[in-house]
Unconditional design. Structure first.
Length: 624
């Protein structure tokens, strides 16, 4: 029966005897550590149920009192792991427990007993089984701790204990149906409630231990590294009564080792993330300094805090590290690992993502993925930190469904812009680097973010447009031209031009445009510059308009204006870049001037002629 911590079981029965009234014995304080905490936890749960039943939840002190009870319960749970490793077995209590259980079994086997005695005995035996299962599992956890077991074994033990607690349920309805005494029925009802409360309380404690199995795993590290052996060896040479010299020296060595490891650890991360996977070794060497420097600080802090946690584990051994300190270090780890991941993403990730964007041609999609990745990393870290601070993450997530409508109304613009950004990316209206005109803003797209699109205007101003506005506006994309930039030009010649000169001039202008390498010709189309499969799409859609090919070319006499006879030139320059377009336009304008001069024509300029049909008689005019 070594598996049963009898002293603790007995004390539990003593408390239960307040309702069952069948035990009366004392146990020494040294054996009452876990018992005192566990049974106080059971009593608190019972008191909370009675408090909720007998008090108005709308009263001003209701929530305050409940919070105080919950704080005490949490305080008890924090102390239990330390008490588990200090358990001892009381032989007298063990013998008493066996004797009492045997008495109950004898009563149960006596067929001459009344229905009340049978029900009462069965309830007591059920409680004995619950207590035995719970405290034997605590003793098993102590044994695992002393055997330097890992957290997996601890979790398996608590899972079996929880399953055993919840598998058996008290059923005495058959006996209660034969009982007519209200007092006896009330007695049995009280016993059932106490058993149910004890089961729930023990299950909560075991679940807490399961969740914090790493607290009882510290011996695993000591056993794996044989740290206790080294501590004992050091203490044999330097034995001081009030100081454990072995623990102090070992802690100092741990600190020195991990702090000196920061540079090597950064280089290891660099080796696996850059050196192995990056093809250009020379460029990889160039970015090494920037990469290592960017992650050096988070790595240094991460290693330092991990070393401090190991030192505290060494100092508190064989007792596990306090849960508050353990949670504190886990929160620090979450913050530092998040910092490190973001730094790695900023240094190496940007290089990798830029190569991916270069290959895919969709810079804004990759850019949005990076931002979403940042957001997800921070959210995961925040939820982990909240869980370690004691918040109920499941309740927080569930409350999002309840308050989803209010949040949606309060953040409707943000949500609208977010979904608009996704639609813009898949709508393919424009890409990063495109020259567009939208809502009166003309410029180059810098990036499409989660809320807004950034545009750099041609006068070098930075404009931020909400994505929802862009989705509802007309977007003119100048960069979706593959070939052909439009020119419409009116050549005004003076009215002294003859028809023959105009015809020759128009003929020469047509020849210039139809033979120039700078001007898009009729055969410059999508079929010429696309692959073989493109021709099959021609029957489904206008490929030239879809892909952005324009090759129209017209030269015609168009109108008799007030001051000139106008010749219209309507054509497309092949190049679509701003610089090449302007250079080509300049060359063609010089050629046009030469043609005008060659055909004996003159450019007209604004003028006005006044004709006087009848000159009035005047002495002054006659003298002229």
């Amino acid at each position: 029966m070594k598996k049963i911590c009898i002293s603790l079981i007995f004390l539990s029965l003593c408390t239960f005897a307040q309702g069952l009234e069948f035990l009366d014995i004392n146990v020494s304080e040294e054996n009452a550590g876990v018992y005192t905490l566990a049974e106080e936890y059971v009593q608190l749960n019972q008191y909370i149920k009675e408090f909720k039943k007998n008090n108005d939840e709308n009263s001003s002190t209701y929530n305050t009192s409940l919070n105080e009870f919950e704080k005490r319960k949490k305080s008890i749970l924090i102390q239990i792991p330390n008490m588990i490793v200090k358990q001892t077995i009381d032989t007298k209590a063990r013998e008493f427990f066996l004797k009492k259980k045997q008495q109950l079994l004898q009563i149960q086997n006596n067929k001459n007993e009344s229905a009340f005695v049978y029900a009462d005995t069965k309830a007591k035996l059920e409680y004995f089984d619950k207590v035995e299962n719970f405290y034997s599992s605590l003793l098993k956890l102590e044994q695992l701790f002393n055997e330097a077991a890992n957290s997996k074994s601890i979790i398996e033990t608590t899972d079996r204990a929880i399953e055993n607690l919840q598998s058996s349920k008290l059923d005495i309805n058959e006996y209660k149906a034969k009982i007519t005494s209200l007092e006896e029925l009330e007695h049995l009802q009280n016993i059932e409630e106490k058993i149910e409360n004890a089961t729930q309380s023990y299950t909560q404690i075991l679940k807490y231990l399961r969740l914090n199995a790493n607290l009882l795993e510290s011996n695993y590290l000591f056993s794996l590294l044989e740290l206790q052996v080294w501590i004992d060896r050091i203490n044999t040479f330097a034995n001081i009564n009030f100081v454990n010299v072995g623990k102090v020296i070992l802690s100092i060595l741990v600190l020195i080792f991990f702090i000196s490891l920061k540079r090597a650890f950064s280089n290891i991360i660099y080796f696996f993330l850059v050196r192995i996977f990056y093809e250009n070794k020379a460029l990889a060497d160039d970015i090494k300094i920037t990469f290592v420097e960017s992650i050096k600080k988070p790595v240094m802090f991460l290693l330092t805090f991990y070393a401090l946690s190991l030192c505290l584990t060494i100092a508190t051994y064989p007792a596990p590290l306090n849960i508050n300190l353990n949670n504190f270090f886990h929160i620090i780890y979450a913050i530092l690992i998040t910092w490190l991941v973001l730094r790695v993403t900023d240094s190496y990730g940007v290089i990798f993502i830029s190569k991916l964007a270069q290959k895919s041609g969709k810079k804004e999609v990759v850019n949005l993925i990076v931002k979403i990745l940042y957001f997800v990393i921070i959210i995961i870290a925040s939820l982990y930190i909240l869980a370690k601070l004691g918040f109920n993450i499941s309740a927080i997530i569930a409350s999002l469904g309840i308050g989803g409508l209010a949040v949606a109304l309060a953040t409707k613009d943000i949500i609208a812009n977010f979904f608009a950004s996704i639609l813009l990316l898949f709508d393919n209206s424009f890409n990063q680097g495109d020259c567009i005109e939208v809502s009166g803003i003309e410029g180059t797209v810098v990036e499409t973010g989660l809320r807004k699109t950034t545009i750099r205007t041609f006068d070098n101003a930075l404009v931020f447009l909400p994505n929802s506005i862009i989705m509802g506006a007309n977007v003119k994309n100048w960069s979706r031209r593959r070939l052909g930039r439009h020119i419409k030009m009116l050549l005004g010649v003076s009215y002294d031009a003859t028809p023959e000169k105009l015809q020759n001039c128009i003929k020469d202008l047509k020849e210039l445009l139809h033979t120039s390498d700078l001007v898009a010709q009729e055969d410059d189309n999508a079929l010429k510059y696309s692959n073989e499969t493109t021709k099959y799409r021609e029957n489904l859609v206008s490929l030239d308009d879809l892909e952005g090919y324009k090759n129209a070319c017209y030269v015609n006499l168009c109108e008799f204006a007030d001051n000139s006879i106008n010749i219209e030139l309507y054509f497309y320059i092949k190049s679509i870049s701003a610089g090449d377009f302007r250079n080509a336009k300049e060359i063609l304008m010089f050629e046009i001037m030469k043609i005008i001069e060659k055909n004996g024509l003159n450019f007209a300029f604004p003028s006005r002629s006044i004709y006087i049909e009848n000159m009035p008689s005047s002495p002054y005019l006659q003298n002229l």
